[in-house]
Design a protein around this ligand. Structure first.
Ligand SMILES: [Zn+2]
Ligand SMILES: [Zn+2]
Length: 385
């Protein structure tokens, strides 16, 4: 009996054990399943996030690439337009305020080259003839700038014929100070905004170098405001001079080279030759002429006496009047810009005025506008003056 019970007990225990094992196994299977699902979810999430990150990185790379391409394309376009503008000043870009006041070195490279070319005097040597040519070309071109670019084109201080207007426009253009339309448009702007923030070449606003030469090396000054020069823009021959303003200087340079070569051959006693006449007559003369002219922007608003209380800082200066053939009486000029003479009294040397007077006697120019005595003798601020 006891043996039977023992067997039954053992069987019961075995059944219980089997059940416990089955339950344990089931539980273990559930846990493994849950863990596997968790791992699977984790892997899925990690892959999703990696995929998203890769997408973002690709987008970023693409963005940088697009940016670089468009910036490079912008640079190339700007460089190309700068080069085009050497030959055709009407080449233009849409206004970009970011670079409007930054010097465009490529555009102004010919102007810098003009200065560097002067170093060639050490190779071509000296002759009195070449120096004489430089002085002559300085005087005639300074007269074209002061008498015509300034007093005629910018201020209409006298009248002349259309051929003479073109001739002096051309002599002025050989000074490498751009065409008569560009010059006059910017000069009229100067009179409207003298020494105010809008004045592109005010030494009071922008300092010496900017007023002397920095201002016209920036895109803001490259174009022409045709609205302020309708009286000049109606002449196609003047528009041509302005658009292709490199043409006349190149022709003058070529002419000097040619004449110098002829003189070397047929008049060796003069001691000159093509390269020498080119360097002195064109490069040296033009650079000196340029810097003398722009002292009226940079110095004549700072250095000298103020006879009239104009609303700007313009000055009268004998030395500047001497080197610019009369333009140094700049305070007089701002007081009454319409006058053909800028030296208001006999002792105020104004060679441009003498030359224009001489031309008027020959009938080449006429209706020279004088300065009325009451305006000349007024010492107080004149509204709008
Ligand atoms: Zn001025
Ligand atoms: Zn003026």
């Amino acid at each position: 009996m006891s043996h039977e019970r023992t067997v039954a007990n053992a069987a019961l225990q075995a059944a219980q054990l089997e059940q416990a094992m089955a339950e344990g196994l089931q539980q273990a299977r559930r846990r493994v399943g849950a863990a596997a699902m968790q791992v699977e979810r984790g892997v899925g999430e990690a892959m999703d996030s990696a995929r998203a990150q890769m997408g973002q990185a690709a987008d970023r790379v693409e963005g940088v690439f697009d940016d670089t391409v468009s910036r490079t394309r912008g640079l190339w376009t700007r460089a190309w337009v700068a080069l085009l503008r050497w030959f055709d000043t009407s080449a233009a870009l849409p206004a970009d305020t970011a670079v409007a006041d930054r010097i465009d070195w490529l555009r102004v490279a010919p102007f810098i080259g003009l200065h560097l070319a002067c170093i060639a005097v050490f190779w071509v040597g000296f002759s009195w003839f070449a120096l004489g040519a430089a002085v002559f070309l300085y005087l005639i071109r300074m007269f074209a700038i002061t008498g015509f670019y300034h007093r005629y084109f910018s201020h209409r201080a006298f009248k002349t014929s259309r051929p003479l207007q073109f001739l002096f426009g051309m002599i002025g253009a050989s000074s490498v100070q751009r065409g008569p339309l560009w010059w006059a448009a910017h000069h009229r702007h100067h009179h409207r905004h003298s020494d105010q923030p809008g004045d592109l070449h005010s030494p009071v606003q922008h300092g010496f170098w900017r007023s002397h030469m920095g201002w016209f090396m920036t895109p803001r000054a490259f174009g022409i405001d045709f609205k302020v020069i309708p009286d000049l823009a109606r002449y196609p021959e003047l528009r041509f001079l302005d658009r292709f303003d490199i043409l006349v200087p190149v022709l003058l340079a070529a002419l000097l080279l040619w004449i110098g070569n002829l003189l070397e051959q047929y008049a060796p006693g003069l001691g000159t030759n093509g390269p020498q006449l080119l360097v002195w007559g064109f490069f040296v003369s033009t650079v000196v002429l340029f810097h003398a002219t722009v002292t009226i922007n940079s110095l004549a608003h700072v250095w000298g006496k103020r006879r009239y209380q104009t609303r700007d800082d313009s000055r009268n200066n004998f030395w500047l009047a001497l080197i610019t053939l009369g333009e140094g009486w700049h305070n007089n000029h701002h007081h009454y810009p319409a006058s053909v003479r800028q030296g208001f009294y006999w002792w105020e040397v104004d060679l441009t005025w003498y030359a224009l007077k001489l031309m008027s006697w020959c009938g080449l120019v006429w209706q020279l506008k004088p300065v009325p005595a009451r305006i000349r003798d007024a010492r107080t601020r004149r509204p709008g003056g």
